[in-house]
Structure formats: C-alpha cells, structure tokens
Ligand binder design. Structure first.
Ligand code: AMP
Length: 280
C-alpha cells in the first residue's frame, strides 16, 4: 500500500491502473478511521481491482465556529487500518494541495442542501460537493463508497452525479454501530463518559422510530414525536432537528413511506451527532 500527498502522484498511479484495465474504487474520508469507514473500504476492496482511500479534513465544509482545528487526526493508525483491509493507496493531501491560492470554483446545489443539516450548516454541503467532485476528477474512480450514516450527504452526492452526468457508480453502505447501538463516528471521541452514555438517546430514538414504522405506523407526527420524547428526556441532549423527509428530495413528509428518511442531529454537550433510519 502506498501513501501519497500530491495530486500528480495519484494521477500517475491510478492512470497506470486504468491503462491496465483495473477498476478503481474510491472511499472519501476525513480520517480517524473506525469500523464504519472500514465497512466502506472492505466493500470497495471486494468490488474493485484497486481501492483508494482519501484522508482529508476538508476545511471548506466546516463553518467558522466548528471543529476544524480540533478534528481528530491519526494518519499512522489510519494507514495501518487501511493496509489491514487491503486498500492499495491512501491519498492524504495538505489543504494547499487541494485549494491552491486563488481557488474560487465551487459546486453548489439547490433544494437538497438547504434542508436538515443544511439549515444549521449552510455552507457545509457546498464544501462537501466541491471536495468530492475534485476527488472524483483526481482519482477517476469507477465506483465511490459513502455511508448511510450521512444519509443527506449520500443523497446529495447521488443527485450531483446524476445532475452533472458523471460516469461513477455511487454505492451506499449501511450504518455501523457500537455494540450498544451508538452510530460509530470520529466525533464520538469528543464525548466524556457521561456524554457517551447520554449519546445513546440518538440510537434509542432511531430504534423506537423504526420499530413504530415496522409495526405499520406511517404518521410522521407520531413517529417523530415519540423519537423527540426519548431525546428530550436526556438532560445532556439538545435537539438540532428530528424530521421525516422524502429520502430523495429531503422535503418534509407527513407519511413515512418509501423512500422516506427519518433523520436527526442532536448536540450532546458541544458535540453534534447525527443518526437516521431509511424506509426503502
Ligand atoms: P467521515 O470521515 O466522517 O467524513 O466519513 C467518511 C465516510 O464514512 C462517509 O461516507 C460516512 O458516511 C462514512 N461513515 C462514517 N461513519 C459511518 C458509520 N458509522 N457507518 C457507516 N458509514 C460511516
């Protein structure tokens, strides 16, 4: 496995692979990898001849008062993890490699990016779309892998690829959870012991909501209401949003029916966590 920091090196390596007829899978990440990322990497390794993992804490998807500086980083541990899963290349650029002086072209999207996380984080998805399209142009993968954990992001990427006629297969992968249900996240590392316990209200609410829907409840007011009640009972939790939306358009829905997405963002202390369930 190789680790490279420049766009030129990635182009040389992946270009040679494509010349040999190899399929290339890309897993974009911000690093501090866990088994959630691992599930994407393993799937990419099993479905492609070569797998690239990008590790880049993308500054333009963070708001001014967010955690860009404190975001956890451990490239050595991440490299060993990627190698153990069979990845072939890590692309770990510095911000200046991705955003040269005078950088001024962004990919923006209406509608989907304005809902859910887009309300609290208005520039977030512009940063995500821009870095993802740049990574697509740099790596030129055949397939790219994203987690259902960031369900809005996944829907936005699919929409972008469709809108801009990009010839890349987007693969969505299920949420990987800790044994007690908490969705794995690099940001879980911010939680104190008491907050870690409190954070379980997210997965409990998801479990409750998805059980209600499995048992035939489709009224979003009832399902979202029951989920909010669980979170509001936790003193360390503060709801950003809990909403049922159409999973393709992100527009609020009264009926939780396929393709619905019931998603939440909740502050546990200062840490903002997300979770969701989809009705396929
Ligand atoms: P991040 O490093 O947080 O930007 O995440 C990189 C990719 O891993 C995104 O596509 C995420 O949706 C995915 N991911 C993060 N956590 C999980 C998880 N617990 N289960 C599945 N995928 C995840």
């Amino acid at each position: 496995m190789q680790i490279v920091k420049t766009i030129k090196e990635v182009r040389e390596i992946t270009g040679a692979w494509r010349k040999n007829g190899y399929t290339v899978g890309l897993v974009p990440t911000m690093g501090y990898l866990h088994e959630g990322h691992g599930s994407l990497i393993s799937r990419a390794v099993s479905e492609n001849d070569r797998t690239v993992v990008s590790i880049f804490v993308n500054p333009i998807q963070f708001g001014p008062s967010e955690d860009l500086e404190s975001y956890p980083r451990d490239i050595e541990k991440d490299s060993a993890f990627c190698e153990s899963l069979g990845a072939d290349l890590i692309f770990n650029p510095e911000p200046a490699e991705m955003y040269h002086e005078g950088f001024s072209t962004y990919v923006d999207m209406d509608i989907l990016t304005k809902e859910l996380c887009g309300i609290t984080r208005p520039m977030h998805f512009r940063g995500v779309c821009t870095v993802v399209i740049k990574l697509f142009h740099i790596v030129q993968p055949y397939r790219a892998y994203f987690g259902q954990k960031d369900a809005q992001q996944l829907a936005i990427i699919r929409h972008m690829v469709d809108d801009l006629n990009m010839d890349i297969e987007i693969k969505g992968c299920p949420i990987v959870r800790e044994a007690d249900g908490l969705a794995k996240s690099s940001r879980n590392t911010y939680l104190s012991a008491a907050e870690r316990k409190a954070a379980l209200c997210l997965s409990r609410a998801v479990q409750c909501g998805s059980d209600m829907v499995k048992n035939g409840e489709t009224d979003s007011v009832k399902v979202v209401g029951a989920m909010k009640e669980i979170i509001e009972a936790e003193p360390l939790a503060e709801i950003d949003y809990v909403k049922a939306v159409n999973g393709l358009t992100m527009q609020q829905t009264d009926l939780i029916e396929a393709p619905a997405l019931t998603a939440m963002a909740v502050y546990i202390g200062k840490t903002r966590l997300i979770d969701n369930f989809a009705v396929k």
